[in-house]
Write a protein that binds this ligand. Sequence first.
Ligand code: PLP
Length: 472
Amino acid sequence: MRRLALVTSIATVLAAAVCLAPPARGGAPPTLHDGLERLRADDAASPAAVAAATRLAKEFGTPLYVYDAATIRARAAELKAAFSSRFPKLKIHYAVKANTNLAILRILFHEGFAPEVISRGEILASLAAGAKESDVLFTSSSKNPAEIEMAVKGGAILNVDSREELEQIEAAAARLKRKARISFRINPGVDPHTIHQINTGISESKFGLHLEGGIAFSAYERAKALPHVEIVGAHCHIGSQITETEGYEATAKKMLAFAAELKEKLGITLGFIDLGGGIGIPYHDGETVMTPDDLAKALKPIWDEGVKAMGYEPALWIEPGRFLVAQSGFLVTRVNSIKKTPVKTFVNVDSGFNTLVRPAMYQAYHRIRLVGETGPLEKVDVAGDVCETVDILGADRMLPPAKDGDLMVILDAGAYGFSMASEYNSRPLPAEVLVDGDSVRVIRRRGTFDDLFRGEERARPARPAGGTAPKR
Ligand SMILES: Cc1ncc(COP(=O)(O)O)c(C=O)c1O
């Protein structure tokens, strides 16, 4: 259902219309939000876009992650409207790994989402941002003993990923004299046709208990017999950046049929069926992809039919990450130099795969805008500052001629951007700022060179020569 469409021309006309429109809000100067929207609309030479990027870079330096609160709230509203109108028993978790900044978590928890987490650190981040521990859904496929203990003690729901882990949770709960709330992560064996590296519901993936061969069924049977676990649901997550409804439809059918089997053969009723995250976004200009409304509409008849067959209605749970935050994020970077080789032109910038790893790791495409420049487009590679051949943030991009000192803005960097950033090549982490209308504040200070060595041994301890005490 990917529709790379005539929408391009409509978008162009709309963008032009907005360009010709008078300044925002009856003559008021454009806000930072307006400037960010001009960048999105491929209007990076407009005064609003230039003013926004220049102000942000000047006040906070580069590379810089900028998030627009209005966009997060708009995506949250869109998601809730699509699903809550069709599924009265609904709970939406936010997959914290997409962006773990506490300020972002606070916005999303305030919007009513609960945390879906992968680690103890993500549990702590969620609690620090105001989530209730009993609202946490803990999904890692490899939980360590301390994580299991923390989740059981706090009353989180654990998505169990293997039979062995089930026994570990039972033992921990018995030791703690608790009853652990669990669901199993199911591997439904469905291919949602996304990038291989983020395709998680196929049979060969490491995630979940396979429906195939009765593996998931026998896990539920075993859990039912254990005194210290309470079965509360069934979970799956088939992948990320999914742009078509078909994979979800096939998964929903399988999960509902499985729930019916659990009821019929084991007398188990589920509090929820979680269909995971994965809702994709358009990363290219002019691209349209499945919307939450498309997805909810496609799932509704399947859900209703499954519920009828089961004879009861569990809650529908979903747990998107990317959809809620990706489009809110802009990575502002500065051009260091231009290098022409016999083969290519490289625009070298001051961020790299240490700042945004998705292009190098997944060959992901992010739109890149060159701020304030016009002129005949030329084909360039936007190259990162990491000393690795794969560190190309955008290959074969048609951009106006750039010069050193120019600003570039990489779009849709709000998900799996900062949360996957590293200090590789000993470069401190970028700062993160949050734009709300025309106000902007630092929500994570820029990393420092001191941060690079924190926790490391600073000086070699004096060693006694020949095993004797050091001379004084
Ligand atoms: C278990 C689980 N749930 C939800 C998500 C969120 O996926 P997305 O950000 O694509 O919505 C992920 C991401 O990989 C995940 O592993």
